[in-house]
Ligand binder design. Structure first.
Ligand code: ATP
Length: 241
């Protein structure tokens, strides 16, 4: 039987008078790579922020359940302790800390020194550029390198569920390929992923299932491969007539 890791039911989010999310349902099961795609302003980031409780001053209605527990109202630190980690849009690395220090911060909930050191080596093997620059300040890294660092930092917390917000944003095509390669390899290690992306083609190619969001609503959902072949998706999100 497959366990549901994340369950969202009837989620609504309003910024003042603007209803950004209008009542959505979404499920992520253990081991799945799920993508949430949609145009600018569809409400994707708002949905992720509702999960992580990083929407102060907002009205959030509905039910959000992670690992069988309601998590509305819990802060980011508490969620990382529960093995739910997020890599936000814009990455949010600690720019005045070295790469190594950033990775150690990612492991703040752990006290298994050897395990932390082993994991650091493991992620350095996946991201050799970070290893070469381990003592360098994170603020001096390129955009793509900062994205890798943000992912590696989140992975240092040993997440059960990883939320990724637009990991390809602002990166060169080669970096985008690399980031997707890493996302696939993380998923192959059994880490459950909810990926918000504007690069619908790559996201659908990598994902098991997908949800399409338009103006605050889920308008399509299903098998990612089938969606890649769906004429409506091809026209609206893959730039095909
Ligand atoms: P993008 O891909 O452009 O990031 P998105 O699908 O992630 O788009 P959101 O960022 O969730 O979309 O935005 C959804 C809607 O909510 C938009 O209309 C946006 O203008 C509005 N919105 C987002 N943040 C705020 C805020 N802090 N205050 C007011 N409105 C907001």
């Amino acid at each position: 039987m497959t366990t549901t890791v994340l369950k969202i039911a009837g989620l609504k989010v309003a910024y003042g008078g603007i209803q950004a999310v209008k009542g959505i349902d979404l499920d992520v099961r253990q081991g799945e790579l799920i993508t949430l795609i949609g145009a600018n302003g569809a409400g994707k980031t708002t949905t992720l922020k509702a999960i992580t409780g990083t929407l102060p001053e907002c009205r959030v209605d509905g039910h959000i359940e992670y690992a069988g527990q309601a998590i509305k109202g819990l802060g980011s630190f508490e969620l990382v302790r529960k093995k739910l980690a997020m890599v936000p849009e814009g990455r949010g690395v600690f720019t005045r800390m070295s790469i190594q220090e950033n990775l150690l911060m990612g492991a703040f909930t752990r006290n298994d020194k050897q395990g932390i050191a082993d994991d650091m080596e493991k992620w350095f093997a996946v991201f050799p550029r970070l290893k070469e620059r381990a003592a360098q300040m994170a603020g001096t890294l390129s955009g793509g390198e900062q994205q890798m660092l943000a992912m590696a930092r989140a992975l240092m917390s040993h997440p059960q569920l990883l939320l990724l917000d637009e990991p390809s944003m602002g990166l060169s095509p080669i970096m985008v390929e690399k980031i997707f390669e890493v996302i696939r390899s993380v998923a192959a290690q059994g880490i459950t992923i909810l990926l918000v992306e504007q690069n619908a083609r790559l996201a659908l190619q990598a994902a098991h299932r997908a949800y399409v969001m338009e103006s605050g609503l889920i308008t399509m959902q299903g098998d990612a491969q089938q969606m890649l072949n769906d004429p409506k998706v091809r026209e609206a999100y893959l730039g095909e007539a």
